[in-house]
Design a protein around this ligand. Structure first.
Ligand code: ATP
Ligand code: MG
Length: 332
């Protein structure tokens, strides 16, 4: 097996909502009000091979974006490590740190919110490579043209502002900005979700062309199972902060093992159908502020027994490239 390009080891991310002054006073006066901690990501292990596309799927609020942000260095992890090319990114310094930071770039859902409306496209794309000395000032203009062409944008439009472009074009600007620093790894967080369906296909094709051309590796976060089925080599299913199953795409869709994956796929429309979001699975998603003990899925799970309420089953490899976190997966 090749060494992973990116490895996530025991990564957790907690957000604590601190009490404001009024809250502190209320607490002094005997109110039960207290600080609340959300376990957005809870001891996640994942590794992604060079050139691989890993799809990350799960219901809203399960922690996909938070995990993506930790990988991209936007959030620090509360626990655990993110290794790039075998090295713990948080422990790097100097030139090595900068190289790892540039190598991992994030593409966001809403290109409009993530592009500075007062900057011309040429500056949006050209700023980071200039600042980081990847191109000289004299080559910068040609470099921007080159990157724009690569993502299917007409370089003659580079003096325009983001609002002068369509949604699909703006997402291409976001992609060009990321590519301009010559990344190796892209975290795409619902990167096509805000686009019209007809445009989605074009942007997906662009991602796949870039993968070929530049040898990119992807963590591809999406609600849309049909998209993930189409483009991912492997899929990881997330539930309330944890990965419950990961498997090669075809194997996962053909024979899901975790009861949560089964429920998700049973409810999900497939490629030939148009409806694209998850239908609700019976039972409510427990609050991430107060998740159930043991396996987080146990209140909704048809297989749940006492052991499921007592202890969390960690991800266990059941065949090459395939892992599941369930005490009773063999019983289905
Ligand atoms: N900056 C933050 N501060 C506090 N809580 C946060 C923060 N970011 C995320 N959370 C909480 O962490 C949990 C996971 O959120 P996250 O955005 O990662 O989920 P998601 O899977 O990306 O959801 P969606 O599919 O809706 O984008 C949620 O309960 C959310 O409220
Ligand atoms: Mg999200």
């Amino acid at each position: 097996m090749t060494a992973p390009l990116l490895e996530i080891r025991g990564v957790s991310k907690r957000f604590t909502k601190r009490l404001d002054v009024a809250g502190k006073i209320a607490q002094r006066l005997g109110s039960k009000i207290r600080e609340e901690t959300v376990h957005a990501v809870d001891a996640v292990d994942l590794s992604i091979a060079p050139g691989e596309v890993l799809g990350l799927v799960g219901e809203s609020g399960c922690g996909k974006s938070t995990l993506g942000r930790v990988v991209a260095g936007i959030h620090g992890a509360s626990d655990g490590q993110v290794l790039y090319d075998g090295k713990d990114i948080a422990a790097l310094t100097g030139a090595e740190k900068r190289a790892a930071t540039l190598a991992i770039q994030m593409i966001f859902q809403d290109p409009f919110a993530s592009l500075n409306p007062r900057m011309r496209v040429e500056d949006i794309i050209g700023e980071a490579p200039r600042v980081h000395g990847l191109v000289s000032a004299s080559d910068a203009s040609n470099y921007v043209d080159e990157v724009m062409s690569k993502v299917g944008l007409d370089p003659s439009l580079k003096r325009r502002y983001p609002h002068q472009f369509s949604g699909g074009q703006r997402q291409r600007i976001g992609i060009a900005r990321a590519l301009a620093v010559k990344p190796k790894f892209l975290v795409c967080d619902e990167a096509i979700a805000a686009l019209d369906v007809s445009i989605q296909a074009q942007v997906i094709n662009l991602f796949m062309d870039l993968r070929e051309e530049l040898g990119l590796t992807y963590l591809f976060i999406s609600h849309d199972l049909s998209v993930v089925e189409h483009i991912a080599d492997r899929v990881a299913i997330m539930y309330l902060g944890r990965i419950v199953e990961s498997a090669p795409t075809e194997a996962l869709f053909a024979a899901p093992k975790h009861p949560y994956t089964k429920a998700l796929l049973a409810e999900a429309p497939r490629l030939d159908q148009r409806k694209r979001d998850f239908a609700p699975i019976e039972g409510e998603i427990p609050s991430p502020l107060d998740p159930p003990p043991g396996c987080h899925f146990n209140p909704r799970c048809p297989l749940a027994r006492a052991d499921c309420r007592e202890a969390r089953q960690m991800l266990e490899t059941i065949s090459p490239g395939r892992a599941v976190a369930c005490h009773h997966w063999t019983e289905t």
